[in-house]
Design a binder for this molecule. Sequence first.
Ligand code: ADP
Ligand code: MG
Length: 234
Amino acid sequence: MKPVIAVSGLRKTYGSGETAVHALRGVELVVQPGEYVAIMGASGSGKSTLLNLLGCLDVPSSGRYLLDGMPVGELNERQLSLLRNRKIGFIFQSFNLVPRTSALSNVELPLIYSGLRRADRRRRAVAALEMVGLSDRAKHLPSELSGGQQQRVAVARALVTGPALLLADEPTGNLDRASTEDVLGVFDRLNALGRTVVVITHEDEVAAHAHRVVRVSDGLIVADEVTRTRGVVA
Ligand code: ADP
Ligand code: MG
């Protein structure tokens, strides 16, 4: 099977000379389709730097990255943004929904440039909202939804394009316990349906849902363990 992520010798240095920060110092990581991986590590260990590189939001100082088989380092800015839109669904700690726009329209947004007809975009967005259990909230504005519901809308928006990879940075960082469970339940379901999920977190509760835990320390992967059998959802 073609890996979704294949990274080798990945380095990222911010600045230069005496003030240079070596945020990543040679990361090796392969993620296969259907995996559910948690990336953990202390603050400052390099997690967000790694996520930004995996998400093609930034370029490495050196190293090689194949995203779903595509050599990221060889693409120009335009190709990179296309790759990002097609292959990756992002979920951030702050839900980043458009405020005065319905849940359904928020989910439809990534499809605007897809070339799909309006009716097809609508159909896809409705299906994505169904996946996260929010069909009955389609017409609500973000301000009329709880934090957990807003994050589920953000998850629907991330998956509406059918990306190869769902990439989440501290997705439950702003949520209470019940909402955290809701969102993690959605990730479990999506993964059970075959979606590849990579989630950055410092919470054990979140990592417990993944089946593989990768630990980052001082810019290196220091542990990489399978923690549960694939396909088994609690
Ligand atoms: P984490 O997400 O695990 O907290 P980061 O990837 O944000 O870690 O940061 C790793 C290291 O790189 C830290 O020492 C941080 O201060 C540094 N760093 C992150 N982003 C920048 C930047 N844009 N410029 C300079 N240093 C940075
Ligand atoms: Mg971070």
